[in-house]
Write a protein that binds this ligand. Structure first.
Ligand SMILES: Nc1ncnc2c1ncn2[C@@H]1O[C@H](COP(=O)(O)OP(=O)(O)OP(=O)(O)O)[C@@H](O)[C@H]1O
Ligand SMILES: [Mg+2]
Length: 237
């Protein structure tokens, strides 16, 4: 299996506070890897380091064969939505995506991408008039329009209605079927269970447990959540 991301013994602190330490995991081609951790566990921090947006104090991160750091070239093959996406809100969706493509020096079918994320009926409405869910969809459109090999989604289901959640799951599955790898984060067990292939539990600054969702679902059945909560608390079963 081809490795897309390798996080190797990474450490990160903000001032005096150690947020990440001895953190190691890998993401393989075509899989959805779910990072599960409570608020403040360091999920966003890890994602930002993978994207070269936060400095790594110790250890290494390799993405698509290249070391993460300042302005790495692999970023043209990565798409991301970190926390709540921000936009130039006076633009409409088409203008925003065409500006993004220009910046990324790529071409793509904007109408097709908007259709894919369910934003085909927004016409010329400025982004300032979008609902939260519409902004989430637009953030996703911006993250996938240049057909990245790696997609990083920080709590992607926030603000989405149940139909949108189902649609987004299907979209993620279609993208991985085409070979894309996805890293997503969540603090909601049920959400990540229904979306990810593998889960890594981030607790105390590192991945304390890692497992295949299908395997543990069949092992624990209705007690899957209890099992995972115990792991998130720092126990082991
Ligand atoms: N820029 C920063 N400066 C100082 N401390 C920070 C900074 N960013 C994050 N932190 C701290 O690092 C810790 C981890 O934050 P992070 O945002 O990575 O967690 P998270 O797992 O994404 O949480 P959430 O589920 O709430 O999004 C928190 O204690 C937070 O206060
Ligand atoms: Mg976060």
């Amino acid at each position: 299996m081809k490795t897309i991301v390798t996080v190797n013994s990474v450490a990160k602190s903000y001032q005096e506070t150690q947020v990440i330490q001895h953190c190691s995991f890998q993401i393989y081609e075509g899989e959805i890897y779910g990072l599960l951790g409570i608020n403040g566990a360091g999920k966003t921090t890890l994602m930002k380091m993978i994207l070269g947006l936060q400095q790594i104090d110790n250890g290494t991160i390799y993405v698509l064969g290249e070391e993460a750091g300042n302005h790495p070239e692999y970023l043209s093959d990565v798409g991301s939505v970190i926390e709540t996406p921000t936009f130039y809100e006076h633009l409409n969706a088409t203008e925003l995506l065409s500006m993004h493509l220009c910046y990324m020096q790529k071409t793509a079918n904007i109408a097709e991408t908007l259709h894919l994320v369910g934003l085909n009926n927004v016409n010329h409405k400025p982004i300032s008039q979008y609902s939260l869910g519409m902004k989430q969809r637009l953030g996703l459109a911006r993250a996938i329009i240049h057909q990245p090999k790696l997609l990083i989604l920080d709590e992607p289901l926030n603000g989405l209605d149940p139909i949108a959640v189902t649609e987004l799951r299907e979209l993620m599955r279609n993208l991985t079927d085409q070979g894309m790898s996805i890293l997503l984060s969540s603090h909601i067990i049920g959400e990540i269970r229904n979306t990810a292939d593998r889960i890594g539990i981030l607790s105390g600054g590192y991945i304390t447990q890692e497992f295949e969702v299908a395997e543990k679902t069949s092992e624990y059945g209705a007690h899957f959540e209890d099992y995972v909560i115990e792991l998130m608390r720092g126990g082991s079963k």
